[in-house]
Design a protein around this ligand. Structure first.
Ligand code: NAD
Length: 331
């Protein structure tokens, strides 16, 4: 039985906490928030203990693992505290807003001999799982290109956003998905749209070359809306093409030499499979199952670091106005 504490009692913290409570091999022992009323309310709702300081929680509770679900830019401190105390950690994305902090987090987990895992929950979404299964079965053949788009509305009301916040908010997921399906990136070029009223870039187009020689395009935007299809992935190999619509809704396999297409989508009694919110519990479940089985809980902090390295490279490409090759390993 894995004993877990969840740090951060916001909207997403609740989804993680419920994920632990619904896994047969995990026990949610406590929640923690620096805002006392939030911690108290969440603890009462879930029937667990409340803490208002991560160190106090770590000293008082015999935990095996900690979930860090604080806001972007506030993951570093609680993660380092938990890792230093010898706990496994599942942290929300992005690891940090600073590459050096992200590196320190990965290094600390290695030094302590514990696992740092990241919530790249899209990998656990039904549409992407179906596509990955077809790819792993060899149905696509050798990958030639990948085409990925995520276009939604932006959080325009925040005044604290940096000019490149879109990349830390959304690209962090998208770069991970590209690595998941196409492997390491060898080079990229990024162009950015700035509507000049918000002070930050709201649409980014990136072209990529992978180490495998495949090519990719990535379009990520805050200039669209939530009312229509947000996300679309297309993979093309020498045997077939795969399309994934809206993360969870539908995956289609289109073999080049056949006019029959294979469609996978949730049946009438599997509605939970297309609810995006359920990807949090699925990811938490995999974290618990991997740890209990003694496996590294993939995707790991190093995957978060790789994704962040790609963000920094895209920013550099835009600022310098040229293609950037990725160096060797980023540690
Ligand atoms: N994976 C996804 O698909 C996905 C989707 C949405 C949000 N997120 C991520 O989830 C994270 C949390 O988002 P949210 O909307 O729940 O944030 P939030 O700001 O609503 O909640 C975070 C909570 O953490 C608390 N907190 C901050 N520092 C703390 C500390 N040191 N110790 C204890 N408590 C602390 C805050 O008081 C707050 O209550 C963000 O990083 C966000 O990017 C991920």
């Amino acid at each position: 039985m894995l004993r877990v504490g969840v740090v951060g009692c916001g909207r997403i913290g609740l989804r993680h906490a419920r994920g632990y409570q619904s896994h047969p091999d995990a026990r949610l022992a406590c929640v923690c928030d620096v805002v006392k009323e939030r911690a108290d309310q969440r603890a009462a709702e879930l029937g667990v203990r409340a803490y208002y300081s991560v160190n106090e929680m770590l000293e008082s509770e015999p935990l095996d693992a900690v979930g860090v679900i604080t806001a972007d830019g506030l993951h570093f401190e609680p993660t380092m505290q938990a890792l230093s105390a010898g706990k496994h950690v599942l942290v929300e994305k992005p690891l940090a807003l600073d590459l050096e902090q992200a590196r320190q987090m990965v290094r600390k987990a290695d030094e302590q001999g514990v696992s740092l895992a990241i919530d790249f929950n899209r990998r656990f979404a039904e549409g992407y799982r179906w596509a990955k299964t077809w790819q792993d079965e060899g149905r696509l053949g050798r990958l030639a290109y990948v085409n990925l788009r995520l276009a939604q509305r932006g959080p325009y009301t925040s005044s604290t956003l940096k000019p490149y916040h879109l990349l830390y908010d959304l690209h962090v997921h998208m770069f991970d998905l590209l690595r998941h399906f196409a492997g390491d990136v060898a080079a990229l070029t990024a162009e950015m749209f700035d509507p000049r009223v918000t002070g930050y870039h709201t649409s980014v187009a990136t072209s990529l070359k992978f180490a495998s020689d495949a090519v990719g395009t990535l379009l990520v935007s805050w200039d669209s809306s939530y009312k229509h299809e947000l996300e679309y992935l297309e993979l093309c190999g020498d045997l077939a093409r795969v399309e994934v619509h809206n993360v969870t809704e539908q995956a289609v396999l289109l073999p080049h030499e056949s006019d029959v297409r294979w469609v996978r989508k949730a049946g009438a009694f599997q509605a939970e499979a297309i609810v995006f919110d359920n990807t949090f519990a699925r990811r938490v479940h995999a974290f618990v199952t991997d740890l209990v089985a003694g496996r590294p809980p993939s995707p790991l902090g190093i995957d978060g670091l790789r994704s962040q390295e790609l963000i920094e490279t895209a920013i550099r490409s835009f600022e310098e106005g040229r293609r950037q090759a990725l160096g060797g390993p980023c540690q």
